[in-house]
Design a protein around this ligand. Sequence first.
Ligand code: FCB
Length: 278
Amino acid sequence: MQNDPLKPGYDFNAHLVAGLTPISKGNDLDFVIDRPNGMKGFIINLTVKGQGTVFHGDESFTVNEGDLLLFPTGVPHYYHRSEEAEDWYHRWIYFRPRAYWINRLKWENCINGVFITKGVHIDDQEKLELLFKQIEELSKQDEPYSDELTLNLLEQLLIRCKMNQPNLIKKRVDPRITEVLNYMAKHLNEDFSNEKLAELVCLSPSRLGHLFRDEVGMTITQWRDDQRISRAKQLLVTSNYSINQISRLIGYSDPLYFSRVFKNKAGLSPKLYREKVM
Ligand code: FCB
């Protein structure tokens, strides 16, 4: 375990981490970023200088200044500086999306599960880069509401990316999955079963499970826990509720279980999280 997200071995147990990776020929970042199982969250990546290569062999493609990449949860990462280029500087944001972002997280062009947007208009490029920078700055501040502000800017960023898609309305998420997501978002504090969700959209639980994984990239439980923990973080810094109360409010009847899930997802206990930010 180490503290630099630019180097291998960093533990991405967080809802959002952002940075700039300045790779130059021969420098200490000039290696292949290789994560065969992808990551637990999404990554959005913007090339700001030079050229990068994604994947290898027949599947490989390059990205240049202004090009955007979006790696959904679990999609393999394999990228590095292009051999012909001296540099590849890219900004990136690792994040766990909010429930209702799902349709914004599908872009028109997709190679091996990785979405790519090229040819962004120059004015938009500037706006996007500014958002990347602001998000990075904000994400490093431990202040009440900085998490929310960061997610708000990220939402703007994702909307701008979506606006840059050649065909805005294609590539929608299966409406049954949208319904399930909306249902869960509204009833996060309740103890609903997968059978109940399946019934809602007239699918068998196992068919729903598969469809959900295909569309969202994680299991229903993982998604639900992610959303609950993100709500818990909000409550921890913006309310005086005790940890037991928060646990109940977000749908965990067992506070110990809540603390365990929280620690697993946020990297520290709810108590420490609150102390750190307050
Ligand atoms: C860094 C990479 C960057 C991104 C983050 C998550 O090490 O340089 O591209 O993948 O990890």
